[in-house]
Design a protein around this ligand. Structure first.
Ligand SMILES: Nc1ncnc2c1ncn2[C@@H]1O[C@H](COP(=O)(O)OP(=O)(O)OP(=O)(O)O)[C@@H](O)[C@H]1O
Ligand SMILES: [Mg+2]
Length: 457
């Protein structure tokens, strides 16, 4: 046995069904009333027409009698004595009617007959002259009355049945239609619920109308973002765990060995412990920095900065390190008067991160070139090195938090993998763009574009 659908309160389906049912009932009721009224009008017009014909026939008969008897008095006497006068089986003596002669007086067919406003009338003519008026009570024969009743009953019943069947069919049709409309949404809800339990790969409902498809597509985009975010979070947690574990292990093992008397507390041990705690501090500082930048654009402390002054000072910070590594840093500033509206500290961090990377991955004897030029689409910074380069398989990920290409690279190159994530966040906050091109073994070039509204020359 098929069960009727249950519509919970406040459900869209329930509301649609209530609405449709109300509309169907109202329409059915209106249709029944209108059809009944229209039939009654037709029957009424028909019987009025019929009565008018009867009245004219009787008026004509009176004209014939007047012609035959010569005066209304003679006609009156004839009518009093003659009770079988009839037209089409309708006897005059059964009619409630009066004759009003032009010369005065009234001839009644029944003694109590008294003219009323709704009575019908027809002129009585003799030799084309009106000699009186015939009035009669609208008469409907019992046969016509019965016929009217039967027609009305039959018509109303047929109408009711048709309306009832159409309503049921319409209702069922709407139930099926609403179901098919809402099924993709219900499937989508099920998918969303399964997603909260971590199932990101449940198939998305297909079909449905454009509006529903739009909702499903929007959901798909959100789901992908959530999935990416969840995966990134997992990876970040794993990476943080990994990054912190190494220095913590070193510190823990050293301290335990000292505690067990295996090591003496000396200067070298102090240096190692200090370096490892610094490493932890750097990771924590960079995470802080990244969180701060991600907190929003409004936190930018914007000011006009002369590019030449700023960049030259920044690069001198690396002089000692570059000399130690026998790497040359060249700076080319095309337009010396160029000024940029930017957050100086954060943009300094960007350049520092890029030059530190370049230094870290460039072998002795090679060059690092920093350039600035004013282009139509904005100010373009490049930091280019002749270092080991980055394999193209890694390029799409290097701006992600904690993404590092190590451990295949040597330990002295270790960082936390946060520098480029900070670069991207800061450049994004300035409505700019950062891109990278690299050839393994040849070198890497980072390009930063700051939009023209942020520059002045
Ligand atoms: N100029 C470069 N040449 C070669 N590889 C690079 C260069 N810049 C970045 N990389 C690679 O990209 C990865 C991500 O760089 P990023 O600056 O984000 O992290 P990091 O330098 O390892 O650590 P951190 O900057 O947090 O100290 C690096 O681990 C490195 O492998
Ligand atoms: Mg770095």
């Amino acid at each position: 046995m098929t069960r009727l659908p249950v519509f919970p309160k406040q459900s869209l389906r329930r509301r649609v069904m209530v609405l449709v049912t109300t509309v169907i009932l109202a329409m059915s009721f209106l249709d029944l009333v209108a059809a009944h009224w229209s039939l009654q009008q037709s029957l009424y017009k028909y019987s009025r027409h019929n009565q008018t014909d009867q009245t004219s026939d009787w008026a004509q008969m009176m004209g014939v009698l007047y012609d035959e008897f010569g005066s209304w008095n003679a006609v009156r006497q004839h009518l009093a004595s003659e009770s079988s006068l009839h037209i089409d089986g309708q006897k005059l003596s059964q009619l409630e009617a009066v004759v009003v002669p032009n010369n005065g007086g009234v001839i009644r067919t029944q003694s109590h007959a008294k003219r009323k406003p709704d009575w019908q009338s027809a002129p009585i003519l003799f030799q084309n002259t009106k000699v009186g008026t015939f009035y009669m009570h609208p008469y409907i024969s019992p046969q016509v009355r019965t016929l009217k009743r039967r027609i009305t009953y039959g018509f109303d019943t047929a109408q009711f049945l048709v309306v009832f069947i159409i309503s049921i069919v319409a209702f069922l049709f709407v139930v099926v239609l609403v179901r098919s409309f809402l099924r993709p949404l219900e499937d989508l809800a099920a998918t969303a619920i399964s997603m909260t339990a971590g199932a990101f790969d449940a198939p998305l409902p297909t079909g449905g109308d454009v509006e529903i498809q739009n909702v499903i597509n929007a959901f798909a985009v959100t789901r992908n973002r959530l999935q990416e975010a969840q995966e990134t979070r997992k990876r970040i947690l794993a990476d943080i765990h990994h990054e912190l574990r190494t220095p913590l292990n070193v510190i823990g093992n050293r301290l335990e060995a000292i505690h067990l008397g295996l090591y003496q507390w000396d200067k070298q041990t102090a240096t190692i412990l200090h370096e490892e705690t610094e490493r932890i501090q750097t990771i924590v500082d960079e995470l802080d920095e990244l969180n701060e930048v991600q907190a929003g654009v409004q936190k930018l402390d914007l000011a006009w900065v002369s590019v030449e002054d700023w960049l030259t000072k920044l690069v001198t910070l690396f002089e000692a390190e570059a000399t130690r590594r026998s790497v040359n840093i060249n700076v080319h500033i095309e337009d010396k008067s160029l000024c940029i509206l930017m957050d100086k500290n954060r943009m300094s961090q960007v350049i520092i991160n890029l030059i530190s990377n370049a230094l870290r991955y460039t072998p002795p004897g090679k060059r690092i070139i920093v350039t600035v030029r004013n282009a139509v689409h904005g100010v373009v910074f490049t930091v280019e090195d002749e270092g080991i380069g980055i394999d193209s398989s890694h390029l799409p990920f290097i701006f992600e938090r904690l993404y590092r290409i190590e451990p295949s690279r040597s330990r002295d190159k270790e960082g936390a993998g946060l520098g480029l994530a900070i670069v991207k966040e800061v450049v994004d906050a300035h409505a700019g763009e950062v891109t990278v091109r690299s050839l393994p073994g040849k070198g890497t070039r980072f390009t930063i574009l700051i939009p023209p509204q942020n520059s002045l020359s």
